[in-house]
Design a protein around this ligand. Structure first.
Ligand code: AMP
Ligand code: GLY
Length: 443
C-alpha cells in the first residue's frame, strides 16, 4: 500500500507515525515543505517542495499512484488540493474546497450555523460594506463594546482581533474591520465570549461522525497564559477523553454540534465532508459555543490524540473514503497525555537561535517526540529552526502522571530552548475548573 502524505511539522510527524503503525505497513511518500527528520525516517521517499504548487504535487501523485492521499495543513486544503487530487483519480482524506470553507471563511461558518438552526454562535453579523457608522453602531449598541473582529480568509491564525487585547478602542476595531472588508470583501463582527476553550476533533465521512478525545490547547507564549499568542505551546487530554472542567452535557453538546455541522455541510454543499473536523469550542456560562472550525488536525492536538489511537489509522482513512466509517473502527487508549512544545528561546519574538544545535534525551515507551521546525545535518545532529522545535508528549494514567513524564524529558533537552513548565500541572488544570465554576455561578 502507498500513501501520499502532504504535510510537514510535528503534526505531520504524528500523522506519519500513526499511519506507519498500521497493519498495512504502507509506503509513505512524503511531500513536505521542509526536510522534516521525523517524517523522513518513516517515509519511503520525501520530496521537499512547495506543497501549494499543485501541478508539481499532481505530477508526483500521477507518477506514484498512491492508494490515497492525506493532506495535513489548512492552506492546500483551503485552496482545493483535495479537489485536484480527486480529479486525478486519487482518493483524498481532506475536505473539498467548498466544504473547507468551514475553516477558510468565518462568515461562511457563522451563516451556515444560522441557516441550519445550530444554536452555537455568539451574537454576530457579517458586513460587506465599508460603512464606519454602521460598524460603530453594531459594536457599540449591539455588542456593548466587547467585540471580536474576524478576517474572513485564512491568515495563519492571525486574522482574529479582540477588543481589550489587540484593539484598544472602537476606532481601532473599525479600522481593522475596514481593512478586512477591503482585503476579503467581508468581515465578521461578533460578541466577545468569556469562558474556557477546548478542542473537539472528529473523523467525518458524509453523515458519519466519530469523535476523538477532547484536548485543551495553550496558545499564549509564556507561563501563566501570558505573552503573545503562538501556534500553541502545549496541550493535555484526560483518560476519560473529556477534560476536568467540562460537564458531561458540555462534551455531549460539542459532539452534537460537530454532528449537526457535518449534516449542514452536506445539505449546503451538495456533497459530504471527508476528513478531520476540528471544533474550537468555549464552555461559557450557559453551555458551549463554537469559536471556529478547522478542516484539519490541530497542532499540537494531533500530538495528544494520535499516540492514543489503538485501532488502525489506515483502516479509518479508508473507511472515511469509502463512506464506511463506524464507531467501532476508532478506539483510543484510556490514558491521559500532556504535550509541551520545545521552542527556541526567542520564540515567538525573534529567530535568533536559528541554526544552533539541540539535543534530545532518549524517549521512553510512555512518551513521544515529534519534530517540528528542526533540521538534521549530514552527521545526524539536529539544529533549531525559527519556530516550534518539537513536541514532547508524556502518556500516563492521569494528567498529573503524564505531566511529570513530559516535564522531566523537556528539562533534559540541551540547547538554547524553552518550554512552558506550567502546562498540565495541577495548578493550571484546577485553575481552569475554578474559572469556569466562577463564571457559571455568577449571577
Ligand atoms: P479563531 O482563529 O477563530 O480560533 O480565533 C483565535 C482565538 O481568538 C481563539 O482561540 C479565541 O481565543 C479568540 N476568539 C475568537 N472568537 C472569539 C469570541 N467570539 N469570543 C472570545 N474569544 C474569541
Ligand atoms: N491548535 C491550534 C490549531 O491547530 O489551529
Amino acid at each position: 500500500m502507498k500513501i501520499l502524505l502532504i504535510t510537514s511539522s510535528a503534526r505531520g510527524h504524528a500523522i506519519a507515525d500513526a499511519l506507519s503503525r498500521s497493519r498495512h505497513q504502507p509506503d509513505i511518500i512524503s511531500l513536505c515543505p521542509s526536510r522534516n527528520p521525523g517524517i523522513r525516517r518513516l517515509a519511503s521517499a520525501q520530496h521537499v517542495m512547495n506543497i501549494m504548487d499543485f501541478p508539481s504535487v499532481l505530477e508526483i501523485a500521477r507518477s506514484t499512484r498512491p492508494d490515497f492521499a492525506f493532506i495535513g495543513p489548512d492552506d492546500p486544503i483551503g485552496a482545493g488540493l483535495a479537489d485536484a487530487l480527486e480529479e486525478a483519480g486519487i482518493p483524498t482524506v481532506a475536505p473539498k474546497k467548498s466544504l473547507a470553507r468551514i475553516e477558510a471563511s468565518k462568515g461562511f461558518t457563522r451563516e451556515l450555523l444560522a441557516e441550519f438552526g445550530i444554536d452555537a454562535s455568539p451574537k454576530f453579523s457579517v458586513f460587506t460594506r465599508a460603512e464606519p457608522k454602521l460598524l460603530n453602531k453594531y459594536i457599540v449598541q449591539e455588542l456593548g463594546g466587547e467585540y471580536v473582529v474576524k478576517y474572513d480568509a485564512l491568515k495563519g491564525g492571525k486574522g482574529v482581533k479582540l477588543s481589550g487585547e489587540h484593539l484598544a478602542t472602537v476606532e481601532e476595531g473599525i479600522a481593522y474591520a475596514l481593512e478586512c472588508i477591503e482585503e476579503c470583501g467581508q468581515v465578521v463582527l461578533e460578541e466577545k465570549l468569556t469562558g474556557v476553550e477546548f478542542s473537539l476533533l472528529s473523523f467525518v465521512s458524509d453523515l458519519q461522525v466519530v469523535d476523538m478525545p477532547a484536548v485543551q490547547d495553550h496558545k499564549r507564549a509564556y507561563e501563566g497564559d501570558t505573552g503573545p499568542n503562538t501556534g500553541g505551546m502545549g496541550t493535555y487530554s484526560d483518560c476519560n477523553h473529556s477534560l476536568p472542567f467540562l460537564t458531561e452535557e458540555d462534551l455531549s453538546r460539542a459532539k452534537e454540534i460537530n454532528r449537526l455541522t457535518a449534516e449542514a455541510l452536506m445539505k449546503k454543499c451538495g456533497e459530504g465532508y471527508c476528513g478531520i473536523l476540528y471544533g474550537g469550542f468555549i464552555a461559557v456560562k450557559d453551555g458551549v459555543r463554537l469559536i471556529e472550525y478547522n478542516a484539519r488536525f490541530g497542532d499540537p492536538e494531533a500530538l495528544n490524540i494520535l499516540p492514543l489511537l489503538s485501532s488502525d489509522f489506515v483502516d479509518i482513512c479508508q473507511a472515511m473514503l469509502s463512506r464506511e466509517l463506524a464507531e467501532d473502527l476508532v478506539t483510543f487508549d484510556h490514558k491521559a497525555t500532556v504535550c509541551k512544545y520545545i521552542t527556541p528561546k526567542g520564540y515567538p519574538e525573534n529567530k535568533d537561535q536559528r541554526g544552533q544545535p539541540v539535543k534530545f534525551p532518549n524517549i521512553p515507551e510512555n512518551a513521544r517526540l515529534f519534530f517540528g521546525d528542526i533540521s538534521e545535518t549530514e552527521d545526524g545532529s539536529l539544529q533549531l529552526g525559527g519556530s516550534r522545535t518539537a513536541g514532547i508528549v508524556g502518556i500516563g494514567k492521569n494528567i498529573a502522571e503524564a505531566e511529570k513524564i513530559t516535564q522531566s524529558l523537556c528539562e533534559q533537552v540541551e540547547g538554547p530552548v524553552r518550554f512552558r513548565s506550567d502546562i498540565g500541572t495541577e495548578a493550571l488544570v484546577s485553575q481552569r475548573s475554578t474559572t469556569l465554576s466562577r463564571i457559571r455561578s455568577a449571577r
